[in-house]
Design a protein around this ligand. Structure first.
Ligand SMILES: Cc1cc2nc3c(=O)[nH]c(=O)nc-3n(C[C@H](O)[C@H](O)[C@H](O)COP(=O)(O)OP(=O)(O)OC[C@H]3O[C@@H](n4cnc5c(N)ncnc54)[C@H](O)[C@@H]3O)c2cc1C
Length: 342
């Protein structure tokens, strides 16, 4: 088997060993066995945030395929097994009249990966609603439950993602949702406008879900086997967070107003897609092999069919260097890189 068959960008060589874990016991046992054998371990969800080397992974890959969604014991609490399909979870909560996840519709992958990079879109992130992340600790070999304030959530990050040793395996995630059919007040101007309302307004979660999926489809951000622009890891770079001096340098280089969002503490977040385009890398840009920028979204690097991981990384390096040369900003990758580096 090749890991290319398990990643949304359809890249990655073979794994030495591949285990599919359908119960929590299978999952912890497979992890324990790899650890006690001193074997490198890669925990695989839906493979939608992974860039794996062409030479593959010389160790054990454990695919998380656990199932189960449970409501209670308090109103609005929903506990989801790590292996549940994320979008099915969102669809289920919206259909059940629970709000809090509706803006996260259409995101690929499994529920257990959502706390890893604090999945977010259209003004919501899972940090807003997660109350607990139940994990298996590879060091103590015990269950360790992280309440929200121990998860160290930040923009596209958490304690789990920052930990290079990948100490904690997520077994299940508990969300506190509102028992109401109206979505949370809309924070994202593009989404509010698509719904014909103003930011801060509330509309039905079902409508928000449909609008988000429609917006995402137009950007190639919903996996569709018929659309090659969706063979990606989603956004390849995170939006850089800049201080006043870095922003002034970007403004001086751009010579036009720079779009920005408040990131607190006097910092601003600048859209990476804007910087990439202004640095000369437009939609469809390619180095001539099968890797290119999506024709729908500047932030997505896609495998048009014949790409290699090395080709994708070469493209990413060219973009990173070009943006740095023009604006002095170093873009950092959003996906988890396995056996490759930027
Ligand atoms: C088309 C597209 C659109 C996307 N849009 C968005 C978006 O809008 N917002 C956003 O935030 N992300 C987005 N993403 C990125 C991605 O979907 C999310 O990060 C998702 O949560 C990854 O889930 P996964 O199950 O595929 O994880 P994988 O890619 O399989 O794994 C990602 C990382 O999490 C680790 N991991 C996975 N499961 C576990 C577990 N149970 N315990 C411990 N570690 C684990 C893996 O080892 C790896 O380090 C998009 C991706 C694509 C392809």
């Amino acid at each position: 088997m090749r890991l290319a068959d398990y990643t949304t960008v359809h890249l990655g060589g073979p794994a030495r060993r591949f285990v599919r874990a359908v119960t929590e016991e299978d999952l912890t046992e497979a992890v324990r066995a790899a650890d006690s054998g001193g074997e490198p371990l890669l925990v695989l969800g839906g493979g939608s945030n992974l860039v794996v080397a062409d030479r593959g992974f010389d160790g054990t890959v454990v695919q998380v395929a656990t199932a189960g969604v449970r409501r209670g014991p308090e109103p609005g609490l929903v506990t989801v097994a790590a292996g549940e399909d994320w979008d099915a979870v969102v669809a289920g909560t919206v259909a059940a009249g629970l709000s809090g996840l509706e803006c996260l519709s259409g995101i690929p992958g499994k529920a257990g990966a959502t706390p890893i990079q604090n999945v977010g879109a259209y003004g919501q992130e899972v940090a807003d609603t997660i109350t607990a992340v139940r994990t298996y600790d590879r060091v103590t070999k015990e269950i360790d439950i992280f309440p929200n304030d121990r998860c160290g959530f930040g923009y596209r990050t958490s304690v789990f993602k920052r930990d290079d040793a990948r100490r904690h395996i997520v077994l299940s995630v508990t969300f506190r949702l509102a028992e109401q059919s109206a979505a949370r007040p809309l924070r994202y101007a593009e989404l509010a406008s698509a719904l014909g309302v103003a930011p801060g307004d509330q509309v039905a979660s079902t409508e928000v879900r449909s609008a988000v999926i429609e917006l995402r489809r137009r950007k190639g951000m919903v996996i569709d086997s018929a659309d090659p622009d969706t063979r990606s890891v989603g956004s390849f770079f995170v939006n850089p967070v800049l201080d006043g001096a870095a922003l002034a340098a970007v403004e001086a280089a751009a010579g036009i107003p720079v779009p920005r969002f408040d990131a607190g503490d006097g910092l601003v977040k600048v859209p990476a897609a804007w910087l990439i385009e202004r640095a000369g890398f437009g939609k469809g840009y390619s180095l001539g092999d099968g890797a290119r920028i999506s024709s729908k979204h500047t932030l997505a690097l896609v495998n048009s069919g014949s790409a290699t991981t090395e080709g994708l990384m070469a493209l990413a390096r060219r973009i990173r260097d070009g943006v740095r040369d023009v604006f002095g900003v170093s873009l950092t990758p959003e996906p988890v890189l396995i056996g490759v580096a930027l």
